[in-house]
Every structure is written in structure tokens, then in C-alpha cells.
Design a binder for this molecule. Structure first.
Ligand code: FES
Ligand code: FES
Length: 184
């Protein structure tokens, strides 16, 4: 796979300007930045993000769609990027953990994880936070513990015992709701 930013010449383009043999050209927006690349059809989104865009906040924990360390947002919805083909993201808007903070301010969910000590080693944390933002977007600001635990079933943490993560998600969802209200 070859990555280029939109402003760079395409070194791998064929003489006709298309992708090299066996590759597919894919263009998407990642954290607000337009990017395009020629990728192998089997290239996974997580590898595209980590190895070619150097967005290493998205982690790989299992590669089998079980742990949730690789969760990013695709057109505003949480997906496991270890089971999403990069080539299938043509025209999509992707947000990774690096794209959550705005203007030097942590996203309210990030702030809640910091405040409530919702992490220890931090390996699961990017995927956990991306999943948590998606939960709050879908379920609203008033989340109970049972809902949070149910919704986080696809995200595994080996360290924390989940108690602080649940508290963080509850507080983060409430903060997101308050922020929305203040903006209306
Ligand atoms: Fe994607 Fe574990 S690396 S779910
Ligand atoms: Fe270590 Fe969750 S904080 S895996």
C-alpha cells in the first residue's frame, strides 16, 4: 500500500494516472483531513490508520473483532477497524482518538476518563472512549450502569475491573449532553 496526502504527487500511479496493478484507490477524510491511497483490497482500516497515516492511537488487541481496542468512528458510528476493509471506506469520514479533542480541549468523554481514573495501562482506552462516545450519541446523556455494561460488551479491559470505566462513561455522557444543551 502507498499513502499520499492530497497535495503530494502520486508516485504509484500508473502511466494513465490510475492505481498500480492489484491496488485500489481509496479516498476518505480522517480527522477532518482529506487523504487518499492505493491499497491492497485486503488492507484493513486499522493498518491503514496506524501504518500509513501514523495514527497509532488506534490499537490492535486481538485482530478477531473481540476486544474493541481498534474502535474508530466511521461516518459517526463506532466500528471495529480490525474488521473493516480500508477499500470499503471510499468517501467516508473517519474519526480516531486523535481527532476527538478540539482546539486543545479534551473531549468531555476523554476528560471523564481522566477524572474518574477509567484506565490503568491504557491499551484499551482509545477504543473504550470511541465506543463510549458512540453509546452516548445513541443512548443519550442519562446512562444507567446496566446499559453501560451491556453496551461495552464488545470492549475488553484486562486491568481496571470496569468499575471506573463505567463511572467515566456515565459522567462523560452527561457532560456531552450538557455541552449539547449549552450549544443550542
Ligand atoms: Fe479489533 Fe480487537 S483488535 S476488536
Ligand atoms: Fe489496561 Fe484497559 S486499562 S487493558
Amino acid at each position: 500500500m502507498f499513502f499520499r496526502s492530497k497535495s503530494q504527487p502520486e508516485a504509484t500511479a500508473s502511466a494513465q494516472g490510475g492505481p498500480a496493478a492489484g491496488l485500489a484507490r481509496v479516498a476518505m477524510t480522517v480527522n477532518g483531513r482529506a487523504v487518499s491511497a492505493d491499497v491492497e483490497p485486503r488492507t484493513l482500516l486499522v493498518h491503514y490508520l496506524r501504518e500509513h497515516l501514523r495514527l497509532t492511537g488506534t490499537h490492535v488487541g486481538c485482530d478477531t473483532s473481540q476486544c474493541g481496542a481498534c474502535v474508530v468512528h466511521l461516518d459517526g458510528k463506532a466500528v471495529k477497524s480490525c474488521t473493516t476493509l480500508a477499500a470499503s471506506c471510499e468517501g467516508a469520514k473517519v474519526t480516531t482518538i486523535e481527532g476527538l479533542a478540539q482546539g486543545g480541549q479534551l473531549h468531555p468523554m476523554q476528560e471523564a476518563f481522566r477524572e474518574h481514573h477509567g484506565l490503568q495501562c491504557g491499551y484499551c482506552t482509545p477504543g473504550m472512549i470511541m465506543a463510549a462516545v458512540d453509546i452516548a450519541n445513541r443512548k443519550g446523556p442519562n446512562l444507567d450502569e446496566a446499559t453501560i455494561r451491556h453496551e461495552l460488551e464488545g470492549n475488553l479491559c484486562r486491568c481496571t475491573g470496569y468499575h471506573n470505566i463505567v463511572a467515566a462513561v456515565k459522567a462523560g455522557a452527561a457532560a456531552m449532553g450538557s455541552m449539547r444543551q449549552a450549544a443550542e
